[in-house]
Design a protein around this ligand. Structure first.
Ligand code: SAM
Length: 293
């Protein structure tokens, strides 16, 4: 079975029928059936036999199979117990493919990296993510500062556009700042619903996040920096000073005005116009005062 390509529509339907598998919408199960898209994902990850790949949500193994041809080792975390025997059958002769049953949000990924990838200097996360948990999964991967080279994932198109948005547009928000703090971003391709079984009712995109050696900007307190960013976007239509007053209190308008002017940020700008550098400067200035927390 393992010689056949899982990703063709016919083979996918055969495997599903053989195992009487029924899709669970609640688990974001949309399986890829487009070999061309798979090639683009795997190519973007820049894998080789001396690198490892962590896949989240292998499904019946379409992407896993493509990764196994390029990487030295593939470890795939799948939440749905019904898929484990199918994956065991597809990869029965492939010792370098390891399936872990569990919820990626519960798994201790640092431990998993030590257990699975200690022989590999570079590891990529490559996945067709379940869309209902895209952001929590990506933020977990980034915040845990795992030793990753890159993350290449299929996600909802709008989310990919928000992650890669530059300041000034309506797509730019706290998610853009958080992702770009840790990574550079590149949209690899836009993928239509026809590339999946069953077809999702949103467009998808493959995004490549290349993890920076150092965060994009220097801040004194990372958690505080992200709190400042969040507060700047609480009400997108409001000016920066009005959003910041929601944390500091209305009576702090004069202090906030003076602080913003001292770092050359016009108080009436909106959060969505601030660059990462400006957010960093703002968070450092606010950390130094005792009336903003
Ligand atoms: N990789 C396969 C493909 O491309 O055909 C399947 C992708 S499908 C979009 C998402 C997969 O993630 C499903 O197999 C689903 O069961 C699994 N999944 C959903 N939530 C998960 C979670 N929290 N942890 C691990 N896997 C999860």
């Amino acid at each position: 079975m393992n010689q056949l390509e899982v990703s063709t529509p016919q083979r996918t339907k055969e495997i599903i029928a053989k195992h009487k598998f029924s899709f669970k919408k609640s688990l974001g199960q949309n399986f890829l059936i487009d070999g061309h898209v798979l090639d683009q994902i795997v190519h973007a990850a820049n894998l080789s036999k001396d690198k490892g790949a962590l896949e989240i949500g292998p499904g019946i193994g379409a992407l896993t199979q493509a990764l196994a041809q390029q990487a030295g080792k593939v470890t795939a975390i799948e939440i749905d117990r019904r898929l484990i025997p199918i994956l065991a059958e597809v990869f029965e002769d492939q010792d370098h493919v390891n399936i872990v049953q569990g919820d990626v949000l519960d798994i201790n990924l640092r431990q998993l990296f030590t257990d699975q990838f200690s022989d590999y200097k570079k590891v990529s996360v490559v996945a067709n993510l379940p869309y209902y948990v895209t952001t929590p999964i990506l933020m977990k991967l980034l915040e845990e500062k795992l030793p990753l080279e890159n993350i290449v994932v299929m996600i909802q198109k709008e989310v990919a556009q928000r992650m890669s948005a530059k300041p000034g547009g309506k797509e730019y928000g706290s998610l853009s700042v958080a992702v770009q703090y840790y990574c550079t971003t590149e949209i690899v391709c836009i993928v239509p619903g026809t590339a999946f079984i069953p077809q999702p009712n949103v467009d998808s995109a493959v995004i490549k996040l290349t993890v920076r050696d150092e965060p994009a900007v220097k801040v004194e307190d990372e958690a505080f920096f992200f709190r400042v960013v969040q507060s700047a976007f609480v009400q997108r239509r409001k000016t920066l000073i009005n959003n910041l007053m929601m944390v500091a209190g209305k009576e702090k308008r004069p202090e906030l005005t003076a602080l913003l002017e001292s770092i050359h940020i016009d108080p009436i700008r909106r959060g969505e116009t601030l660059s990462l550098e400006e957010f960093a400067t703002l968070s450092i200035a606010l950390l130094a005062v005792d009336w903003f927390n």
